[in-house]
Design a protein around this ligand. Sequence first.
Ligand code: SF4
Ligand code: SF4
Length: 493
Amino acid sequence: MSEPMISLESLTSTKSFDQLLATAKSGGCTSSSCGSSAKPDDMDSAIWEKIKDHPCFSEEAHHYFARMHVAVAPACNIQCNYCNRKYDCANESRPGVVSEKLTPEQALRKVMAVANKVPQLSVLGIAGPGDACYDWKKTKATFEQVAREIPDIKLCISTNGLALPDHVAELADMNVDHVTITINMVDPEVGAKIYPWIFYDHRRYTGIEAARILHKRQMLGLEMLTARGILTKINSVMIPDINDEHLIEVNKWVKERGAFLHNVMPLISDPAHGAYYGLTGQRGPNAMELKALQDRLEGGAKLMRHCRQCRADAVGLLVSDRGQEFTLDQIPGEVTYDPSKREAYREVVARERGDHVAAKSAATRMVKAAGSGKSLLVAVATKGGGRVNEHFGHSKEFQIYEASPTGISFVGHRKVEQYCRGGWGEDATLDGVIAALAGIDIVLCAKIGDCPKDQLTGAGIRAMDAYGYDYIETAISALYTAEFGVEPLAATA
Ligand code: SF4
Ligand code: SF4
């Protein structure tokens, strides 16, 4: 077990950034050299430059970089059966009331305040409630103002696609190079079960006709983005017995039209949210059903598996939402952006990231060399930085990795209720955590008490803190080789 040379806490604490910079540079490392060493061998350099700091478009970047959403565009031109507009847009968020809708001017003030306090911030997204392309004036005004003050922030939108083709040229002009389209169907018959109506070209359409128009506009928008080199992620909501099997077809269509990533998300359905599906008893898939579909989609359009279905006002690393720290009433009336913290953070992260990539490839070699033919599903407690660095009882989610003869892959996450509250834990909460970990072989965390450990063992899940603060992949490879009786040194031979 080894402590990180530069801890995630030190990167974000109030400690002098000059000190951190000195630490980062003491190894003779610069951000550009380490940044490039982290590039996967099979990726084009221009694409890597676009995604390396984007927590959603790069699974690896999500350990280090943060996004924030601003809810500035509340109007919508379609109705999805999983959405109640009093709640967050399911394009990009879990159902939960958006704390506040913002004007473009308020959004600018909030983005600058967050950038001053959250050095990991790299992306500003507009992701509901509502549609960023339909409520275009507000989207555009927000992006223009923010880009003037913080030119290096990445701008990102999420859209249902209906109004997208009308704005692709402007998106390109504004240097928006990341767009998400929610595409749940390519067959209008399926679409009619998901969308009761759309509003297009000054008219309301329903049924199959509505779904047909939406489908055509989504495909056109995707093709236009691809033609301009804008990276496009496709979100699909997996709705059992409505479009789950059909998403295999969707994956093929979007791959053919140049989609960069396909993000299949589970329907979140609860009568309390007031959406049609929740009220009519339509269920969402469980974690294993989602994983089974994602596994079937491997080999098609590249999959995103680390989406957290964030709130439309989320702030911070994907692993932890700090949105409630930045409500308007907590932000000063006048804010001036200070770039120094974000710049210092990038320098420091570049070095840590180079080390992480090297550790990751050594770990992958070790697992492949083990030649055991067996697989392990591992749940990791982490608060970022790519390390096993969270206590079991403090976790609000576990990141799930699969170690198999093909290497170590991130396969998803499981959200849980935090079990430990200031030194004590509720049995009922622990039962919920154990249920959420169904199918997992081993839990890795920085620390765990005897009581939860014993209860996990009783449920057939082993838990250990022996690898606390190691890189996740290093810990998993050590575990894998120990588990299957292979000498770790065999990997490097
Ligand atoms: S596009 Fe978003 S805001 Fe509009 S109905 Fe669908 S989920 Fe709701
Ligand atoms: S909802 Fe998914 S894609 Fe959107 S910001 Fe959150 S993690 Fe990224």
